[in-house]
Design a protein around this ligand. Structure first.
Ligand code: PA5
Length: 442
Protein backbone atom coordinates (compact mmCIF):
# COMPACT_ATOMS: atom_id res chain seq x y z
CA UNK A 1 0.00 0.00 0.00
CA UNK A 2 1.09 3.56 -0.61
CA UNK A 3 1.85 5.64 2.47
CA UNK A 4 2.25 9.42 2.62
CA UNK A 5 4.69 10.99 5.04
CA UNK A 6 4.33 14.70 5.68
CA UNK A 7 6.92 15.18 8.44
CA UNK A 8 9.25 16.90 5.92
CA UNK A 9 6.64 19.67 5.59
CA UNK A 10 5.97 20.16 9.31
CA UNK A 11 8.37 23.08 9.78
CA UNK A 12 6.91 24.96 6.77
CA UNK A 13 3.16 24.92 7.37
CA UNK A 14 0.98 25.75 10.34
CA UNK A 15 -1.76 23.53 11.71
CA UNK A 16 -4.59 25.91 10.81
CA UNK A 17 -3.67 26.08 7.11
CA UNK A 18 -3.13 22.36 7.06
CA UNK A 19 -6.60 21.68 8.47
CA UNK A 20 -8.16 24.14 5.99
CA UNK A 21 -6.53 22.40 3.03
CA UNK A 22 -7.49 18.96 4.29
CA UNK A 23 -11.09 20.24 4.34
CA UNK A 24 -10.74 21.48 0.77
CA UNK A 25 -9.31 18.11 -0.27
CA UNK A 26 -12.16 16.24 1.44
CA UNK A 27 -14.67 18.41 -0.43
CA UNK A 28 -12.83 17.63 -3.68
CA UNK A 29 -12.80 13.93 -2.71
CA UNK A 30 -16.61 14.09 -2.43
CA UNK A 31 -16.88 15.60 -5.92
CA UNK A 32 -14.57 12.95 -7.40
CA UNK A 33 -16.40 10.09 -5.68
CA UNK A 34 -19.87 11.44 -6.54
CA UNK A 35 -18.74 12.04 -10.12
CA UNK A 36 -20.41 15.44 -10.31
CA UNK A 37 -17.36 17.62 -11.09
CA UNK A 38 -15.89 19.02 -14.30
CA UNK A 39 -14.94 16.36 -16.83
CA UNK A 40 -17.09 13.73 -15.15
CA UNK A 41 -17.57 11.85 -18.42
CA UNK A 42 -13.93 10.72 -18.02
CA UNK A 43 -14.12 8.85 -14.72
CA UNK A 44 -13.95 5.29 -16.06
CA UNK A 45 -10.41 4.89 -14.66
CA UNK A 46 -11.73 4.96 -11.07
CA UNK A 47 -13.08 1.41 -11.23
CA UNK A 48 -10.67 -0.19 -13.72
CA UNK A 49 -8.77 -2.15 -11.04
CA UNK A 50 -11.87 -3.85 -9.66
CA UNK A 51 -13.74 -4.12 -12.98
CA UNK A 52 -11.12 -5.37 -15.45
CA UNK A 53 -12.32 -8.77 -16.66
CA UNK A 54 -10.07 -11.81 -16.72
CA UNK A 55 -11.02 -12.19 -20.41
CA UNK A 56 -9.12 -8.96 -21.23
CA UNK A 57 -5.92 -10.25 -19.64
CA UNK A 58 -6.41 -13.61 -21.37
CA UNK A 59 -6.77 -11.76 -24.71
CA UNK A 60 -3.45 -9.99 -24.07
CA UNK A 61 -1.85 -13.33 -23.28
CA UNK A 62 -3.21 -14.80 -26.52
CA UNK A 63 -1.35 -12.11 -28.48
CA UNK A 64 1.79 -12.77 -26.42
CA UNK A 65 1.63 -16.54 -27.07
CA UNK A 66 0.82 -16.11 -30.75
CA UNK A 67 3.80 -13.83 -31.30
CA UNK A 68 6.03 -16.14 -29.29
CA UNK A 69 4.97 -18.89 -31.71
CA UNK A 70 6.07 -16.69 -34.62
CA UNK A 71 9.46 -16.18 -32.99
CA UNK A 72 8.94 -12.44 -32.43
CA UNK A 73 11.87 -10.95 -30.51
CA UNK A 74 11.16 -7.23 -31.02
CA UNK A 75 7.86 -5.49 -30.34
CA UNK A 76 7.57 -1.87 -31.46
CA UNK A 77 5.00 -0.07 -29.28
CA UNK A 78 3.80 3.05 -31.08
CA UNK A 79 2.04 5.81 -29.12
CA UNK A 80 2.56 9.21 -27.53
CA UNK A 81 1.66 10.81 -24.17
CA UNK A 82 -0.82 8.69 -22.26
CA UNK A 83 -0.67 6.13 -25.04
CA UNK A 84 2.84 5.01 -24.07
CA UNK A 85 4.11 6.51 -20.81
CA UNK A 86 2.33 4.13 -18.43
CA UNK A 87 3.54 1.02 -20.26
CA UNK A 88 7.06 2.39 -20.53
CA UNK A 89 7.09 3.30 -16.85
CA UNK A 90 5.99 -0.19 -15.78
CA UNK A 91 8.33 -2.01 -18.16
CA UNK A 92 11.37 0.08 -17.17
CA UNK A 93 10.57 -0.32 -13.47
CA UNK A 94 10.14 -4.10 -13.62
CA UNK A 95 12.85 -5.01 -16.13
CA UNK A 96 16.40 -6.06 -15.38
CA UNK A 97 18.53 -3.00 -16.11
CA UNK A 98 20.93 -4.86 -18.42
CA UNK A 99 19.78 -8.38 -19.31
CA UNK A 100 16.64 -9.45 -21.17
CA UNK A 101 15.34 -12.84 -20.02
CA UNK A 102 15.65 -15.70 -22.52
CA UNK A 103 12.52 -15.94 -24.70
CA UNK A 104 11.19 -12.45 -23.90
CA UNK A 105 10.84 -9.98 -26.75
CA UNK A 106 12.54 -6.63 -26.47
CA UNK A 107 9.99 -3.81 -26.22
CA UNK A 108 10.92 -0.54 -27.93
CA UNK A 109 8.84 2.61 -28.21
CA UNK A 110 8.16 4.78 -31.25
CA UNK A 111 5.70 7.45 -32.33
CA UNK A 112 6.50 9.56 -29.26
CA UNK A 113 8.63 12.04 -31.23
CA UNK A 114 9.16 13.16 -34.82
CA UNK A 115 12.90 12.62 -34.96
CA UNK A 116 13.96 11.16 -38.27
CA UNK A 117 17.18 9.79 -36.79
CA UNK A 118 15.26 7.99 -34.06
CA UNK A 119 13.02 6.26 -36.60
CA UNK A 120 15.90 5.46 -38.96
CA UNK A 121 17.84 3.84 -36.12
CA UNK A 122 14.77 1.95 -34.96
CA UNK A 123 14.40 0.55 -38.47
CA UNK A 124 18.10 -0.44 -38.40
CA UNK A 125 17.24 -2.57 -35.36
CA UNK A 126 14.00 -3.89 -36.90
CA UNK A 127 15.93 -5.00 -39.98
CA UNK A 128 17.94 -7.40 -37.83
CA UNK A 129 15.05 -8.79 -35.78
CA UNK A 130 11.78 -10.73 -35.86
CA UNK A 131 9.28 -7.90 -35.46
CA UNK A 132 5.70 -7.22 -34.34
CA UNK A 133 3.96 -3.96 -33.57
CA UNK A 134 1.36 -2.54 -31.19
CA UNK A 135 -0.03 0.80 -32.36
CA UNK A 136 -1.92 2.82 -29.76
CA UNK A 137 -3.94 5.98 -30.27
CA UNK A 138 -7.21 6.68 -28.52
CA UNK A 139 -8.25 9.34 -31.03
CA UNK A 140 -6.69 7.38 -33.86
CA UNK A 141 -5.63 10.64 -35.48
CA UNK A 142 -2.45 11.74 -33.68
CA UNK A 143 0.30 12.64 -36.13
CA UNK A 144 3.40 11.31 -34.36
CA UNK A 145 2.18 7.71 -33.94
CA UNK A 146 0.50 7.79 -37.37
CA UNK A 147 3.81 8.70 -39.07
CA UNK A 148 5.73 6.01 -37.16
CA UNK A 149 3.05 3.43 -37.88
CA UNK A 150 3.02 4.10 -41.61
CA UNK A 151 6.77 3.39 -41.69
CA UNK A 152 6.62 0.28 -39.49
CA UNK A 153 3.55 -1.06 -41.33
CA UNK A 154 5.27 -0.72 -44.72
CA UNK A 155 8.37 -2.42 -43.32
CA UNK A 156 6.30 -5.34 -41.99
CA UNK A 157 4.37 -5.73 -45.25
CA UNK A 158 7.54 -5.71 -47.34
CA UNK A 159 9.27 -8.15 -45.02
CA UNK A 160 6.43 -10.61 -44.29
CA UNK A 161 3.69 -9.96 -46.88
CA UNK A 162 0.32 -8.34 -46.14
CA UNK A 163 -1.39 -11.28 -44.38
CA UNK A 164 1.51 -12.12 -42.05
CA UNK A 165 2.10 -8.41 -41.36
CA UNK A 166 -1.55 -8.08 -40.30
CA UNK A 167 -1.05 -10.95 -37.84
CA UNK A 168 1.90 -9.05 -36.38
CA UNK A 169 0.01 -5.82 -35.78
CA UNK A 170 -2.38 -5.03 -32.93
CA UNK A 171 -4.21 -1.70 -32.81
CA UNK A 172 -5.48 -0.19 -29.56
CA UNK A 173 -7.93 2.61 -30.24
CA UNK A 174 -11.49 3.89 -29.95
CA UNK A 175 -14.30 1.34 -30.40
CA UNK A 176 -15.75 3.09 -33.43
CA UNK A 177 -14.04 6.35 -34.42
CA UNK A 178 -10.78 7.54 -35.92
CA UNK A 179 -8.46 6.76 -38.81
CA UNK A 180 -6.68 3.98 -36.90
CA UNK A 181 -9.99 2.19 -36.25
CA UNK A 182 -10.89 2.40 -39.95
CA UNK A 183 -7.44 1.16 -40.97
CA UNK A 184 -7.51 -1.69 -38.45
CA UNK A 185 -10.93 -2.85 -39.61
CA UNK A 186 -9.93 -2.72 -43.27
CA UNK A 187 -6.62 -4.54 -42.75
CA UNK A 188 -8.08 -7.10 -40.33
CA UNK A 189 -5.82 -6.30 -37.37
CA UNK A 190 -6.60 -7.57 -33.91
CA UNK A 191 -7.86 -4.63 -31.87
CA UNK A 192 -8.32 -3.65 -28.25
CA UNK A 193 -10.54 -0.79 -27.16
CA UNK A 194 -9.63 2.30 -25.15
CA UNK A 195 -12.81 2.95 -23.17
CA UNK A 196 -14.62 6.18 -24.05
CA UNK A 197 -14.61 7.36 -20.45
CA UNK A 198 -10.85 6.93 -19.83
CA UNK A 199 -8.46 9.67 -20.96
CA UNK A 200 -4.95 8.87 -22.21
CA UNK A 201 -3.01 9.76 -19.07
CA UNK A 202 -5.39 7.68 -16.94
CA UNK A 203 -5.25 4.66 -19.27
CA UNK A 204 -2.33 2.59 -17.96
CA UNK A 205 -4.70 -0.03 -16.52
CA UNK A 206 -6.58 -0.41 -19.83
CA UNK A 207 -5.14 -2.42 -22.78
CA UNK A 208 -3.03 0.70 -23.53
CA UNK A 209 -0.78 -0.28 -20.63
CA UNK A 210 -1.75 -3.89 -20.02
CA UNK A 211 -0.94 -5.34 -23.46
CA UNK A 212 2.65 -3.98 -23.72
CA UNK A 213 3.28 -4.98 -20.09
CA UNK A 214 2.03 -8.54 -20.75
CA UNK A 215 4.17 -8.72 -23.92
CA UNK A 216 7.20 -7.69 -21.85
CA UNK A 217 6.54 -10.68 -19.58
CA UNK A 218 5.16 -9.00 -16.45
CA UNK A 219 2.26 -9.94 -14.23
CA UNK A 220 -0.64 -7.57 -14.85
CA UNK A 221 -2.91 -9.56 -12.54
CA UNK A 222 -0.63 -8.55 -9.67
CA UNK A 223 -0.58 -4.97 -10.94
CA UNK A 224 -4.37 -4.85 -11.03
CA UNK A 225 -4.53 -6.50 -7.58
CA UNK A 226 -2.28 -3.77 -6.17
CA UNK A 227 -4.39 -1.10 -7.86
CA UNK A 228 -7.61 -2.70 -6.57
CA UNK A 229 -6.30 -2.78 -3.00
CA UNK A 230 -5.32 0.89 -3.37
CA UNK A 231 -8.74 1.71 -4.86
CA UNK A 232 -10.32 0.20 -1.74
CA UNK A 233 -7.96 1.98 0.67
CA UNK A 234 -8.50 5.37 -0.99
CA UNK A 235 -12.28 5.02 -1.03
CA UNK A 236 -12.43 5.85 2.69
CA UNK A 237 -13.49 9.44 3.36
CA UNK A 238 -11.03 10.34 6.03
CA UNK A 239 -8.44 13.03 6.63
CA UNK A 240 -5.85 10.26 6.98
CA UNK A 241 -6.61 9.07 3.43
CA UNK A 242 -3.15 9.26 1.76
CA UNK A 243 -4.52 10.77 -1.47
CA UNK A 244 -6.36 13.45 0.50
CA UNK A 245 -3.19 14.16 2.50
CA UNK A 246 -1.03 14.46 -0.60
CA UNK A 247 -3.53 16.59 -2.55
CA UNK A 248 -4.07 18.88 0.44
CA UNK A 249 -0.38 19.42 1.14
CA UNK A 250 0.69 20.09 -2.46
CA UNK A 251 -2.11 22.66 -2.86
CA UNK A 252 -1.22 24.28 0.45
CA UNK A 253 2.46 24.55 -0.49
CA UNK A 254 1.46 26.04 -3.85
CA UNK A 255 -1.17 28.50 -2.71
CA UNK A 256 0.22 29.63 0.64
CA UNK A 257 3.99 29.31 0.25
CA UNK A 258 4.37 30.05 -3.47
CA UNK A 259 5.90 26.64 -4.16
CA UNK A 260 5.14 26.52 -7.84
CA UNK A 261 7.34 23.57 -8.82
CA UNK A 262 6.99 20.02 -7.54
CA UNK A 263 9.97 17.78 -8.13
CA UNK A 264 9.26 14.04 -8.09
CA UNK A 265 12.34 12.38 -6.67
CA UNK A 266 13.42 8.78 -6.80
CA UNK A 267 16.58 7.16 -5.53
CA UNK A 268 16.23 4.25 -7.96
CA UNK A 269 16.92 4.67 -11.71
CA UNK A 270 14.18 2.12 -12.41
CA UNK A 271 11.73 4.89 -11.55
CA UNK A 272 12.98 7.38 -14.13
CA UNK A 273 9.89 6.76 -16.25
CA UNK A 274 7.62 6.92 -13.23
CA UNK A 275 8.70 10.56 -13.24
CA UNK A 276 7.81 10.91 -16.94
CA UNK A 277 4.39 9.28 -16.45
CA UNK A 278 3.68 11.36 -13.33
CA UNK A 279 4.70 14.61 -15.07
CA UNK A 280 2.19 13.99 -17.85
CA UNK A 281 -0.52 12.99 -15.38
CA UNK A 282 -0.21 16.13 -13.27
CA UNK A 283 1.00 18.52 -15.99
CA UNK A 284 -1.86 17.87 -18.40
CA UNK A 285 -4.44 17.54 -15.64
CA UNK A 286 -3.59 20.70 -13.69
CA UNK A 287 -1.70 23.09 -15.94
CA UNK A 288 -4.55 25.18 -17.34
CA UNK A 289 -6.54 28.37 -16.78
CA UNK A 290 -3.29 30.13 -15.79
CA UNK A 291 -2.88 27.80 -12.80
CA UNK A 292 -1.00 24.70 -11.75
CA UNK A 293 2.12 23.35 -10.08
CA UNK A 294 4.87 22.71 -12.66
CA UNK A 295 5.79 19.01 -12.36
CA UNK A 296 9.49 18.17 -12.71
CA UNK A 297 11.42 15.00 -11.90
CA UNK A 298 14.93 13.99 -10.89
CA UNK A 299 16.78 10.79 -10.12
CA UNK A 300 19.03 10.81 -7.10
CA UNK A 301 21.78 10.37 -6.27
CA UNK A 302 22.58 10.88 -10.02
CA UNK A 303 20.99 14.33 -10.21
CA UNK A 304 22.34 15.48 -6.85
CA UNK A 305 25.45 16.09 -8.95
CA UNK A 306 23.52 18.31 -11.37
CA UNK A 307 20.14 19.58 -10.16
CA UNK A 308 21.08 19.17 -6.50
CA UNK A 309 22.73 22.59 -6.47
CA UNK A 310 19.57 24.35 -7.67
CA UNK A 311 17.33 22.41 -5.34
CA UNK A 312 19.56 23.27 -2.37
CA UNK A 313 20.21 26.94 -3.11
CA UNK A 314 18.34 28.20 -6.19
CA UNK A 315 15.03 30.10 -6.36
CA UNK A 316 12.91 28.85 -3.44
CA UNK A 317 9.89 27.90 -5.55
CA UNK A 318 10.33 24.17 -5.13
CA UNK A 319 9.02 21.36 -3.05
CA UNK A 320 9.90 17.69 -3.43
CA UNK A 321 7.80 14.54 -3.48
CA UNK A 322 10.09 11.62 -2.81
CA UNK A 323 8.95 8.16 -3.87
CA UNK A 324 10.55 6.08 -1.13
CA UNK A 325 11.24 2.37 -1.58
CA UNK A 326 11.75 0.60 1.76
CA UNK A 327 13.42 -2.58 0.47
CA UNK A 328 15.71 -3.22 -2.49
CA UNK A 329 14.92 -6.40 -4.43
CA UNK A 330 18.60 -7.35 -4.71
CA UNK A 331 21.51 -7.39 -2.28
CA UNK A 332 25.04 -6.14 -2.94
CA UNK A 333 27.40 -5.96 0.03
CA UNK A 334 30.53 -3.80 0.02
CA UNK A 335 33.64 -5.89 0.65
CA UNK A 336 36.77 -5.26 2.74
CA UNK A 337 39.98 -4.26 1.00
CA UNK A 338 43.27 -5.11 2.67
CA UNK A 339 44.96 -1.91 1.47
CA UNK A 340 41.94 0.37 1.85
CA UNK A 341 43.46 2.84 -0.63
CA UNK A 342 39.96 4.06 -1.52
CA UNK A 343 39.32 4.55 2.24
CA UNK A 344 36.01 2.76 2.05
CA UNK A 345 36.61 0.11 4.70
CA UNK A 346 34.30 2.02 7.04
CA UNK A 347 31.51 0.75 4.73
CA UNK A 348 32.75 -2.85 4.59
CA UNK A 349 29.93 -5.30 5.31
CA UNK A 350 27.23 -2.71 4.53
CA UNK A 351 24.70 -3.10 1.74
CA UNK A 352 24.84 -0.51 -1.06
CA UNK A 353 21.19 0.16 -0.31
CA UNK A 354 22.19 1.30 3.18
CA UNK A 355 24.37 4.00 1.53
CA UNK A 356 21.41 4.92 -0.69
CA UNK A 357 19.11 5.20 2.35
CA UNK A 358 21.62 7.42 4.19
CA UNK A 359 21.97 9.55 1.05
CA UNK A 360 18.18 9.93 1.00
CA UNK A 361 18.05 10.87 4.66
CA UNK A 362 20.96 13.30 4.36
CA UNK A 363 19.36 14.88 1.29
CA UNK A 364 16.04 15.25 3.08
CA UNK A 365 17.62 17.09 6.01
CA UNK A 366 19.77 19.27 3.73
CA UNK A 367 16.86 20.22 1.46
CA UNK A 368 14.57 21.00 4.39
CA UNK A 369 17.37 23.20 5.80
CA UNK A 370 17.56 24.81 2.36
CA UNK A 371 13.84 25.71 2.38
CA UNK A 372 12.50 22.81 0.33
CA UNK A 373 9.53 21.03 1.93
CA UNK A 374 9.43 17.31 1.33
CA UNK A 375 6.45 14.99 0.92
CA UNK A 376 7.15 11.26 1.15
CA UNK A 377 5.17 8.76 -0.95
CA UNK A 378 6.36 5.37 0.23
CA UNK A 379 6.09 1.81 -1.03
CA UNK A 380 7.64 -1.38 0.32
CA UNK A 381 9.56 -2.47 -2.79
CA UNK A 382 9.38 -2.28 -6.58
CA UNK A 383 6.90 -4.92 -7.76
CA UNK A 384 4.00 -5.20 -10.16
CA UNK A 385 1.64 -5.06 -7.17
CA UNK A 386 3.13 -1.85 -5.77
CA UNK A 387 3.32 -0.21 -9.19
CA UNK A 388 -0.40 -0.85 -9.64
CA UNK A 389 -0.98 0.76 -6.25
CA UNK A 390 1.22 3.75 -7.16
CA UNK A 391 -0.55 4.28 -10.49
CA UNK A 392 -3.92 4.31 -8.78
CA UNK A 393 -2.71 6.46 -5.91
CA UNK A 394 -1.36 9.19 -8.17
CA UNK A 395 -4.41 9.11 -10.48
CA UNK A 396 -6.85 9.41 -7.58
CA UNK A 397 -4.77 12.10 -5.84
CA UNK A 398 -4.50 13.99 -9.14
CA UNK A 399 -8.30 14.06 -9.49
CA UNK A 400 -8.69 15.41 -5.94
CA UNK A 401 -5.84 17.88 -6.33
CA UNK A 402 -7.13 19.36 -9.60
CA UNK A 403 -10.56 19.88 -8.07
CA UNK A 404 -8.95 21.66 -5.10
CA UNK A 405 -7.12 23.85 -7.62
CA UNK A 406 -10.40 24.51 -9.40
CA UNK A 407 -9.63 23.05 -12.84
CA UNK A 408 -11.04 20.23 -14.97
CA UNK A 409 -8.51 17.38 -14.50
CA UNK A 410 -9.66 15.46 -17.55
CA UNK A 411 -9.26 17.78 -20.54
CA UNK A 412 -6.14 19.12 -22.29
CA UNK A 413 -7.25 22.00 -24.53
CA UNK A 414 -3.74 23.50 -24.59
CA UNK A 415 -2.27 20.53 -26.48
CA UNK A 416 -4.16 21.61 -29.63
CA UNK A 417 -2.25 24.89 -30.13
CA UNK A 418 1.01 23.39 -31.43
CA UNK A 419 -0.88 20.82 -33.51
CA UNK A 420 -2.80 23.50 -35.42
CA UNK A 421 0.42 25.37 -36.24
CA UNK A 422 2.20 22.16 -37.21
CA UNK A 423 -0.63 21.11 -39.54
CA UNK A 424 -0.71 24.56 -41.10
CA UNK A 425 3.07 24.54 -41.64
CA UNK A 426 2.93 21.01 -43.05
CA UNK A 427 0.18 22.30 -45.41
CA UNK A 428 -2.39 19.74 -44.26
CA UNK A 429 -5.55 20.12 -46.39
CA UNK A 430 -8.07 22.31 -44.54
CA UNK A 431 -5.42 24.52 -42.88
CA UNK A 432 -4.75 26.84 -45.86
CA UNK A 433 -5.86 30.04 -44.10
CA UNK A 434 -3.67 29.39 -41.04
CA UNK A 435 -0.73 28.54 -43.32
CA UNK A 436 -0.91 31.99 -44.92
CA UNK A 437 -1.22 33.68 -41.51
CA UNK A 438 1.76 31.81 -40.05
CA UNK A 439 3.98 32.37 -43.06
CA UNK A 440 3.44 36.11 -42.70
CA UNK A 441 4.71 35.91 -39.11
CA UNK A 442 7.85 33.94 -39.93
O1 PA5 B 1 -3.57 12.22 -21.81
C1 PA5 B 1 -3.93 12.41 -22.96
O2 PA5 B 1 -5.12 12.35 -23.28
C2 PA5 B 1 -2.93 12.70 -24.06
O3 PA5 B 1 -1.64 12.83 -23.58
C3 PA5 B 1 -2.95 11.58 -25.10
O4 PA5 B 1 -2.65 10.36 -24.47
C4 PA5 B 1 -1.94 11.82 -26.22
O5 PA5 B 1 -2.15 13.09 -26.78
C5 PA5 B 1 -2.10 10.77 -27.31
O6 PA5 B 1 -3.39 10.79 -27.84
P1 PA5 B 1 -3.96 9.59 -28.68
O7 PA5 B 1 -3.96 8.36 -27.86
O8 PA5 B 1 -5.33 10.02 -29.09
O9 PA5 B 1 -3.05 9.42 -29.88
Amino acid sequence: MVKVNLDGCASFVDAKDRAAYVDKALAAFDVLVAGNGAGNDFLGWKTLPSDTPESLIAACETVRDDWKGRGVDLVVVIGIGGSYLGARCAIEALSHAFVRPEGQPQIVFAGNNLSEEYLAELMDLAGRRNVACVVISKSGTTTEPAVAFRIVKQFLEERYGAAEAAARIVAITDAARGALKTLATQEGYRTFVVPDDVGGRFSVLTPVGLLPIVLAGFDVREMLRGAADEQKALSVRDEANPAVQYAAMRNLLYAKLGKKVEVLVSFNPKFQYLGEWWKQLFGESEGKDGKGIFPASVNFTTDLHSMGQFIQEGDRVLFETVVGIAQANREVVIGTDAQNLDQLNYLAGQRVEHCNAMAALGTKLAHIDGGVPQIGVDIERISAYNLGALFYFFEFACGISAYVLGVNPFNQPGVEAYKKNMFALLRKPGYEAQTEELLKRL
